[in-house]
Design a protein around this ligand. Structure first.
Ligand code: A3P
Length: 299
């Protein structure tokens, strides 16, 4: 169903053309937080962490849907929701502007650096920008399952993987995306973080993030947040597990609801159980070819 176009080297769904100019001119503010990353890199986990830190661990407020608290800019551009859909999925940009009235805003986008608003690209405004990256093999596996769940696709892992590394998916090429933000990582308003670091040392990552957001936390607060962000707690938390979104997306394609949610496995290295050794080799060669000559290291 999806038709793709390439804009500034990035593969996007055709609908995006209706919004990109408006987004380029979108007014950006210094005090806000932008969460960026390739889909399935841990962006939702990062959204929840950031929102909780920015909002002094307001567990009551955190019961509101993550897409309302941390709007996903292009959600409305991707999915053919109808006029009965909630306001934040019908017109995310107006929704974010309305949130501006209430104070600092956290938002999420999967768009690459070169498609962010002019105010950011030209350094006219300096919101905090957080980029989350994940081992590409695990991001591919996660995306494979996500697409299967949303579309009912029966494509094999081999075929899916081939289309991913051939840049035939939205937001590709993967490496221009990652390296585009990697180049920005030394700016004081940019934080480049890795899914694997969150898995290995969540308390350490929370402290690092809290310092970056200028919201230092006590040990007791860190402990409380570690518990809130724990995989099993996130999985059963309807405010973040996207059960409603998945249902709407499956319904829009005429698919039945199934018992599943956004938090699938939450592990490092799941590609080892899902990709053949040949496929792993292929993705590793693709990786080497793209990071050669850069100082980027895969986690
Ligand atoms: P898996 O499909 O490998 O389980 P995104 O939010 O960018 O779409 O990323 C989704 C991935 O992040 C999924 O990976 C999901 O399970 C994982 N994830 C989300 N919350 C997590 C958490 N609290 N702990 C570990 N992984 C988490």
């Amino acid at each position: 169903m999806d038709e793709y176009v390439t804009v500034k080297g990035t593969v996007l769904k055709k609908n995006y053309l209706n919004y990109l100019d408006k987004f380029y001119e979108f007014p950006v503010r210094d005090g806000d937080v932008w969460i960026c990353g390739i889909p399935k890199s841990g962006t939702t986990w990062t959204q929840e962490m950031v929102w909780m830190i920015m909002n002094n661990l307001d567990t009551e407020g955190a019961k509101e849907d993550i897409h309302i608290r941390v709007p996903f800019v292009e959600l409305t551009w991707v999915t053919p929701f109808n006029e009965n859909s909630p306001e934040h999925v019908r017109d995310s940009l107006s929704f974010i502007k309305k949130k501006y009235e209430k104070g600092p805003v956290c938002l999420k986008t999967h768009l690459p650096w070169v498609l962010l608003p002019r105010d950011i690209q030209e350094n006219l405004k300096k919101p905090k920008i957080i980029y989350v990256v994940r081992n590409p093999k695990d991001a591919i596996v996660s995306m494979f399952h996500w697409q299967k769940m949303l579309t009912g696709s029966e494509e094999s892992m081999e075929k899916f993987c081939e289309s991913y590394i051939q840049d035939q998916q939205c937001y590709m090429p993967y490496w221009s995306h990652v390296l585009g933000f990697w180049e920005q990582r030394n700016k004081p308003n940019v934080m480049f973080l890795r899914y694997e670091e969150m898995i290995k040392d969540l308390p350490g990552m929370i402290r690092k993030m809290a310092n970056f957001l200028e919201k230092p936390m006590s040990d007791a607060q860190v402990e409380k947040l570690v518990n809130h962000l724990n995989f099993n707690n996130m999985k059963k938390n309807r405010a973040v597990n996207n059960e409603d979104l998945i249902e709407r997306m499956r319904k829009s394609r005429g698919l039945e609801m199934i018992e599943t949610n956004h938090m699938r496995l939450g592990k490092m290295g799941s590609h080892k159980e899902e990709m053949t050794p040949e496929l792993i080799k292929k993705v590793e060669k693709w990786t080497e070819d793209h990071i050669k000559g850069t100082d980027f290291v895969v986690s």
